[in-house]
Design a protein around this ligand. Structure first.
Ligand code: SF4
Length: 223
């Protein structure tokens, strides 16, 4: 059955804090923040818990995140007195048994499909809206993101409060508020994902650097 697309407000002129407040007032507890423990989520965690201490957060645990990311996960839970929902796919052993070893090398799109997209799809099917840290200037593929939009791929509302923020805006907020952030950013990892597929680099150039792939399929079609 097709999902009815709701009429959404135009919040393009609203601040990130106002967009977050509107989203939580409208959808909580059927809304959750997708947390990939990058600097954008450092900002959003601050904004959402200021708006509602019971706000929901989830992370896609691929089992191959950086140790620095897992450490930040623990620190974030302690700081905000919350439990970040762990959404995950099959174990690495089960994946290897079904698809062979080192799937991320041989077929990264399939690996992302199994370890990220499938658990995301399952989790989002139980929500009315999700919040993400995507910004328009991160890549041409993200340039058209609106602050509030309908997510056709997953059939729910998508809220991007930082859509019009620059990299500089993000760092300014992180540093002004003294927020915890992923220390990999200080070691020239501008974008952080799984350790097999993330290298140092500006923007998103360090993601799947040895292949033509640029997205994992969470925000745009895998490419
Ligand atoms: S980023 Fe790499 S290791 Fe992580 S799910 Fe995608 S292909 Fe697999």
């Amino acid at each position: 059955m097709a999902v009815a697309v709701p009429t959404l407000p135009d919040l393009e002129g609203s601040s990130a804090q106002d967009v977050v407040a509107w989203a939580l007032e409208t959808y909580h507890p059927q809304i959750a923040l997708a947390c990939s423990f990058q600097k954008e989520e450092s900002v959003l965690l601050d904004l959402i818990f200021k708006a509602n201490p019971d706000a929901r957060v989830f992370a896609l645990d691929t089992d191959v995140l950086f140790e620095e990311t897992y450490e930040l996960w623990r620190r974030t839970e302690a700081r905000y007195d919350t439990t970040i929902e762990r959404w995950h796919g099959p174990s690495l052993e089960q994946q290897a048994a079904e698809h062979g070893d080192r799937l991320w090398d041989r077929d990264p799109s399939k690996c992302c499909g199994i370890r990220k997209v499938a658990p995301l799809k399952e989790g989002l099917s139980k929500l009315d809206a999700w919040t993400t840290g995507i910004r328009r200037d991160q890549s041409p593929a993200r340039a058209g993101a609106k602050k509030v939009e309908w997510d056709d791929a997953f059939g729910l509302v998508k809220v991007n409060p930082l859509a019009d923020w620059s990299d500089k805006d993000v760092w300014k907020h992180v540093l002004a508020e003294g927020l915890p952030y992923n220390p990999l950013h200080d070691r020239d990892y501008a974008s952080i994902g799984c350790f097999h597929c993330t290298k140092q680099g500006a923007g998103r150039e360090g993601r799947w650097a040895s292949s033509a792939k640029i997205e994992c399929g969470l925000h745009q079609e895998d490419a």
